[in-house]
Ligand binder design. Structure first.
Ligand code: SF4
Length: 530
């Protein structure tokens, strides 16, 4: 990988270091380190950029292989960073792209030791491990290294961190942010009179709904080179790399954002919780990919959607749902991460010990809802949020899987996953691993809800109507088994505690059949049977 990477990096004029850059580095100068998820100069202070600092990028093999990230994620991160480095160079910034087999911090240490007059500024990394490594590097160099706050989010975590405890829910946070930003607000009140339109946003997809094809960006020479690198040097990474369709520059990402507003936003709200077999994207924007490495900024996306509402291009339920995902959910995840790391990483409220079932790695299963979601992930590094929650997290909970394994799998499997966003979603939201700080109950459901929101069940080998036995949908008996086994986690939740009562009213024969079916299935899954 090293040689091929070096060959490629020579496209950036300053790599290998030119004599003019050598002179510049030998005298006192200022450099700015730009991380893989900070690819937007608009987020950096103008007083720093106006000095035209040397921009340092690092390609870290240690980061790439720390966990077996999806091949498409590796291609995306690396290609977007290379494109951005070249764009910065074209804008007149001196640019240096370092390659290291170690961490980002390792590369910076070596570089700062080599150039003792150089001073370095960096923006706080969003991911914990990278942040810790760079903070340790900064300590080593004292005043020569300075950090600035991360500007890729809307909420100031310091303002909200102390509020993150049991009972402080998304809704409260979201309303505070709406008031702070003025997004979808009118005279201090929410536009349309309601803070959310979830009731209008839980529709299943009518049979003949036409779904706009997702725009595909053809890989250019730089991306093709990175694909070659990943295919040849990281063959054990997760997922497939037959087809890479994503944007890798800000201009491309902006085009896709406009296209989403024009062609998908209007129906996004109504069908955001729907699933259709073979349709990985439906009306979802997939812009989280570009938001989470900085190509797009959260404010501009919220404002684009709000402008579309003002121009009658999309209804309020869609626009508010979209704004809520960015301004509410995304920001809330980040503040939670800041408040609860690093302890939350090891949380496992139910003390589940089962390994993540093998089917998460190969989609080899007859449960069609799972097969479809995991096939999408293998093919695209993506599945939409309701498959993440209703299918993948639900099944993990119901099979008593160690949530920390699910957490790591989400981190490596999804192209838009960075630890600050996927960890709160998995350990806080969907698995209840944090014991109820973020969510009021674990996310579990039987097959009926999947049937209501998808077309999976009508094509599945299992029968969603049957409750127990060989042919029965496993989600059914696993759900009731979970309710029985973990009744204490539902006790405080009025609506769901009714399910405990419903279970208790079942006849003893049925309860025994549920226990038998669930135990047999979980044991089979734990032994990696499909
Ligand atoms: Fe999934 Fe059960 Fe429906 Fe099959 S029947 S698709 S396993 S919910």
């Amino acid at each position: 990988m090293l040689e091929t990477a070096r060959e490629f990096l020579s496209q950036i004029d300053n790599y290998p270091i030119t004599p003019s850059l050598e002179n510049k580095l030998a005298t006192s100068d200022r450099a700015l380190f730009v991380l893989y998820d900070q690819l937007n100069l608009a987020a950096f202070p103008s007083e720093i950029l106006s000095q035209k600092p040397l921009l340092i990028f690092v390609e870290s093999l240690a980061y790439a292989i720390a966990i077996p990230h999806h091949k498409q994620k590796l291609v995306y991160i690396l290609s977007a960073q290379r494109h951005f480095a070249i764009a910065c160079h074209q804008q007149g910034f001196p640019v240096l792209n370092l390659f290291t087999e170690g961490t980002h911090a390792d590369a910076l240490i070596k570089f700062l030791e080599q150039y003792p007059n150089l001073e370095l500024t960096y923006m706080q990394p969003s991911e914990w491990d990278t942040r810790s490594q760079i903070a340790a590097m900064a300590d080593q160099f004292g005043d020569r290294v300075k950090s600035i706050p991360n500007q890729f989010f809307i909420a100031d975590p310091e303002k909200f961190k102390s509020k993150i405890k049991k009972g402080y829910r998304l809704e409260t946070f979201y309303r505070e942010l709406r008031k702070q930003t003025g997004y979808l607000m009118e005279d201090g009140k929410p536009v349309g009179g309601n803070w959310n339109y979830d009731k209008e946003n839980r529709k299943s997809l009518p049979k003949n709904t036409s779904i706009p094809a997702i725009a595909e960006i053809k890989p250019d020479q730089i991306t093709a080179e990175v694909i070659h690198l990943v295919q040849n040097y990281l063959p054990n990474a997760f997922g497939k790399l037959d087809r890479f369709i994503y944007a890798v520059t800000r201009d491309q990402a902006l085009e896709l954002a406009k296209l989403f507003i024009e062609t998908r936003l209007d129906k996004f709200g109504a069908y955001e919780d729907a699933i259709k077999v073979g349709e990985p994207f439906l009306f979802h924007s997939i812009l989280s990919i570009y938001l989470n490495n900085g190509l797009l900024l959260p404010q501009e996306l919220c404002e684009m959607a709000i402008a579309a509402y003002a121009q009658n291009l999309a209804p309020l339920n869609s626009v508010e749902g979209f704004v809520r995902q960015i301004l509410g959910w995304r920001e809330y995840m980040r503040v939670y991460y800041e408040a609860k790391m690093p302890e939350v990483r090891e949380s496992n409220y139910f003390e589940f010990t089962n390994d993540l079932p093998q089917l998460y790695w190969d989609a080899n299963t007859d449960l069609l809802c799972l097969k479809d979601a995991i096939t999408n992930i293998l093919n695209y590094g993506y599945s939409h949020h309701i498959q993440r929650l209703m299918v993948l997290s639900n099944f993990s909970n119901l099979t008593n899987t160690d949530p920390r394994q699910l957490n790591q799998w989400f981190w490596l499997a999804y192209i838009d996953a960075y630890e600050w966003v996927e960890l709160p979603n998995v350990l806080g939201m969907s698995t209840f691993a944090d014991g109820g700080i973020l969510a009021s109950k674990p996310y579990v459901s039987g097959g009926n809800y999947i049937n209501k929101m998808s077309n999976c069940c009508s094509q599945c080998k299992y029968d969603v109507k049957q409750k127990v036995g060989e042919k029965a949908c496993p989600f059914n008996y696993l759900y009731w088994h979970f309710v029985d086994q973990h009744r204490e986690s539902f006790a405080e939740n009025g609506r769901v505690s009714l399910m405990v009562n419903a279970y208790d009213k079942k006849l003893e024969d049925e309860k025994q059949a549920i226990r038998d079916s669930a135990t047999k299935f979980i044991t089979g899954v734990a032994r990696s049977l499909k």
